[in-house]
Design a protein around this ligand. Structure first.
Ligand code: GDP
Length: 458
């Protein structure tokens, strides 16, 4: 599995480039301390204890490059479990480059993206899901995604998976033992107990699979569309939502031409409002955009807010407007707008008092909190009994699904009283998928794909 030559010492900047107070350069490998000692003037680094910090200068011959602090972490009590040195220098790209060049000149090699974390994983510092969580943690930008990443980094669900996998391995070996007895009709592995275990693993797997929807939402946001007829008040509502949340109104160019997304953060959950930029600047409407594009837009959504002018419409015509939208079968919130006008003229029609409808006044900023609560409730409705364990990673999701299917095969084989060798084969399949999640079973390709997504220096 180790496709790295662990003989070489790797180096990379651990902080982002640009002007900053300090920058950190990370060095890991057998020669880390020796190499740094060659360019460092101060104490003899090779004679210092682990977890100590030393002040001195980095020199290229007689030339002083910078005054630095050098931290020493000796194997195996470092992030990579190798000798690690971190050089804290002044945050100038020029200085960082000079120090890197010096280290390379003395025999270090530039690290590939994620190589520090990859070494840590290969040296048994943590399992694969935890390594992946580090990448998520670095890129987390909301309370919820941060929580999910921290939980996963601290072990999350992988302990549970490992335990179930071990139990399954035990059964597989019992069955394989039966095969050794060939002709004799022995049964070491109780089919009944095996069935119980498989059902148990399936139930755990199922909960995790189902948590992916929310996990994915937390990581990637909820694609949301605000729809409604012209003058329903869509742009007014949008402005209210953005101003209230003081949201970072970022415009992310979408993959499709002219699809622009805004983001709205409500209690740590990110709602990605699809194609709303036009709304805020013009009275661009569904009708103007055209039916086909509207449908395309809606299809990308996980949540639709349908806004209507409550002073103009009755229940029947609203349902007519909604015919196509309801066909999409997506979570839908009906928003009755302009209730300020409604109360002025007459009492509120009773059909508006429906669970499906939230009554607001966008221009008066009335009842906006209820709308936001409903949006959150729609998201959390998908949450299951997994507590805080959420699957946020597509790779885990896929492996779990394949595990579930493979376990179905095992159950089928038990029920049909298949021979031990077939049963053992089915169990091996399930074990492989389970093992892929935590990294007990890996391929070079898989590792390369995972770690190449990391940034340099991590
Ligand atoms: P859009 O075409 O759906 O984007 O609708 P707009 O947001 O442009 O609003 C259309 C008109 O309705 C504007 O004149 C708004 O000021 C007005 N409007 C929006 N919300 C309310 C509301 O809650 N009450 C009242 N009385 N007028 C509103």
């Amino acid at each position: 599995m180790n496709h790295f030559s662990f003989d070489d010492t790797i180096v990379a900047p651990a902080t982002a480039s640009g002007i900053a107070a300090i920058a950190v350069i990370r060095v890991s490998g057998k020669e880390a301390i020796l190499l740094c000692n060659q360019i460092f003037k101060g104490k003899d680094l090779t004679r210092q204890a682990s977890h100590t910090i030393h002040f001195g200068t980095i020199r290229d011959g007689d030339q002083i490059i910078d005054e630095v602090l050098v931290s020493i972490f000796k194997a195996p009590t470092s992030f990579t479990k190798e000798d690690v040195v971190e050089i804290s220098c002044h945050g100038s790209d020029f200085i960082v480059k000079r120090i890197l060049q010096l280290l390379l000149k003395h025999g270090a090699r530039l690290a590939k993206p994620g190589e520090f974390t990859q070494r840590a994983f290969l040296n048994g510092q943590f399992d694969l899901t935890q390594a992946e969580a580090i990448a998520d943690l670095i890129s987390s930008d909301s309370e919820a995604s941060h929580q999910a990443a921290i939980h996963q980094m601290r072990g999350g669900f992988s302990q549970q998976i490992k335990k179930l996998r071990e139990q399954l391995i035990y059964f597989a070996s019992l069955i394989e033992l039966e095969l050794d007895f060939g002709e004799e009709d022995v049964e070491f592995a109780s089919r009944h107990d095996l069935q119980k275990l498989v059902l148990n693993i399936q139930s755990v797997t199922k909960d995790l699979i189902e948590s992916f929807q929310l996990g994915n939402v937390i990581k990637n946001g909820v694609p949301t569309v605000i729809a409604g007829k012209p003058n329903a008040g869509k742009s007014t509502l949008l402005n209210v939502l953005f101003n209230e949340e003081k949201a970072i109104v970022s415009e992310i160019p979408g993959t499709t031409r002219d699809v622009i997304e805004d983001e709205l953060m409500i209690e740590g959950i990110r709602f990605r409002l699809i194609d709303t930029a036009g709304l805020r600047h013009t009275t661009d409407t569904i009708e103007a955009i055209g039916v086909e594009r509207t449908r395309q837009k809606m299809k990308q959504a996980s949540l639709i807010l349908y806004l209507f002018d409550s002073t103009l419409i009755d229940q029947e015509s609203l349902e007519e407007e909604l015919v196509d939208i309801r066909k999409l079968n997506l979570p839908l919130i009906l928003v009755a707008n302009k209730t300020d006008q409604l109360t002025k003229v007459k009492s509120i029609p009773s059909w508006l008092n429906s669970d499906e409808i939230i009554m607001i006044s966008a221009s008066e900023k009335d009842n906006i909190a209820a709308l936001k609560n409903r949006m959150l409730a729609m998201v959390h409705a998908g949450q299951l009994k997994t507590g805080d364990t959420l699957i946020t990673n597509v790779r885990h999701y896929e492996s779990l699904r394949q595990t579930y299917v493979a376990l179905d095969q095992v159950l089928g084989s038990i029920n049909q009283n298949r021979t031990g060798d077939l049963l053992a084969l089915d169990i091996r399949h399930a074990l492989r998928y389970l093992g892929e999640i935590t990294g007990e079973i890996t391929t070079e390709d898989l590792l390369d794909t995972i770690f190449s997504k990391f940034c340099i220096g991590k």
